[in-house]
Design a protein around this ligand. Structure first.
Ligand code: THU
Length: 145
């Protein structure tokens, strides 16, 4: 376990602050995510739960949505802060959502004590499904008709 420093400090501060605003009355599990775009801008978001459980949205996907709404499509660093040791890593749905934009993303998975580790998105989601494959499929279909 290493403590956050360098490129992580500002993101950790943002993730910790936004985690305190998590809406998690059902699980009680608060998560904060802070995403740095290639432009340097930081987008922070928390998990938002719902009485209809399937509608819960994770902190990581909320952060991606906020960044995309602001016109950002490329990201370099992500901090995910939850509680517990070892800290929890992003769920599968969030990994795929992140992979849509930046396969070279570096992620710091951390907890409220500041313990954590760095991992690449490629390590978390090897062989991710990517849109390029979808485009090839569509053009192949067009050629056949
Ligand atoms: N959660 C996240 O925010 N990120 C993850 O990567 C995993 C889970 C949230 C969703 C839900 O509000 C709570 O944690 C328990 O699953």
């Amino acid at each position: 376990m290493t403590r956050g420093a360098g490129p992580w400090r500002e993101l950790e501060v943002a993730a910790r602050a936004v985690r305190s605003r998590a809406y998690a009355p059902y699980s009680g599990y608060r998560v904060g995510a802070a995403l740095r775009a290639s432009s340097g801008r930081i987008f922070a978001a928390c998990n938002v739960e719902n009485a209809s459980f399937g509608l819960c949205i994770c902190a990581e996907r909320s952060a991606v949505a906020a960044a995309v709404a602001a016109g950002e499509h490329a990201f370099t660093h992500l901090v995910v802060m939850s509680d517990g040791a070892p800290p929890a890593s992003p769920c599968g749905m969030c990994r795929q959502t992140l992979a849509e934009f930046s396969t070279s993303l570096t992620i710091r998975i951390t907890n409220v004590l500041g313990e954590g580790d760095e991992v690449s998105l490629r390590e978390l989601l090897p062989l991710a499904f990517d849109g390029q494959k979808l485009k090839r499929t569509n053009s192949a279909r067009k050629r056949r008709t």
